[in-house]
Design a protein around this ligand. Sequence first.
Ligand code: FNR
Length: 361
Amino acid sequence: MAAEPVNVNEFSTLARNVLPKMIYDFYAGGAEDEWTLRENVAAFQRTRLRPRVLVDVSNVDLSTTILGFKISAPIMIAPTAMHKLAHPEGVTATARAAAAAGTIMVLSFSATSTVEEVAATCDAVRFFQLYVYKNRSISAVLAQRAERAGYKAIVLTADTPKLGRREADIRNKLVVPTLKNLEGLLSINMDTEKGSGLASYASQTLDSSFSWKDIKWLQSLTSLPILIKGILTAEDAELAIQAGFAGIIVSNHGARQLILCHQRLWLIEEVTKAVRGRVPVLFDGGIRRGTDVFKALAIGAQAVLVGRPIIYGLAVKGESGVKKVLEMLQDELELAMSLSGCCRVEEITRSHVQTENEIIR
Ligand code: FNR
């Protein structure tokens, strides 16, 4: 491989070389036998493109608008925990790279920098991801701190009433660093005796009783729009709209929660059909190429979020690595659009993709 990575997958290989095994495994790993993890990427490879030719593509515009905020391309940064394990500057470097690329970063609840530190690092539109803890006042405080610090939306992660079974972390006895947002709010014994420190931490903190009937409480905490992350069915998409969520993120948490038995990329179609344009539908999981972004958009997503590649960029080259990862994905998306005859994001339609078995007449 060339010294300078030329695509996002090469960043992943380089990150494996620079990170200690316990940390790389935490970032890269998925739940149980990890076949959903492989499927997240493989689903894109099985989805075919139907390019149109002889379109004037001399001016391609990637920009789009999410919840009224203009972004340079439909590629956002997913909330991922503990960036200081990848690089000493942690998520503040990621935030600066997002701002430079003109996109939105969703800050993780479990970050190794506080919401205020991230807000102070540069001006940009940012969202804050929320977990609901057994001690709900902790989540309430965090949602309100995020609003005060200028975050523009809350992203409720709904797929984690309990932590998925991440066996690499159990094997490595993952040690969790200080989660800065929670300093002074709770004290937990991150026990690694029986395995993963994160699993021990999560079992003491996550509120597995939180349900649809509690959404009103969440809405009473903040005037910000609230998106829901982790929707995988038409039924839950409808419930989410009825509950008043401002947007839906189709996500299986990077294959770290439930092992699934469905080709999940196409769940975008199930969800968008149920949503019927009432709120934006975003997607994350397995995006490694501009063509992956193109396919997710063609199936119906308005934008995608990227998790692991961002962390790998950070691990290898800090802020400039994250910038490079975003630039690579944006450049590849521009090329995919050009080679498919699309000048604007809205011109990417369902007719530009087909499943392995589908014949469109
Ligand atoms: C995550 N994800 C996640 N999600 C969330 O809502 N809160 C969090 O704190 C985290 N933390 C986290 C850490 C790491 C190391 C990973 C890999 C993932 C899930 C994340 O937001 C997103 O759904 C996936 O990462 C998307 O898949 P890809 O892009 O990593 O394949």
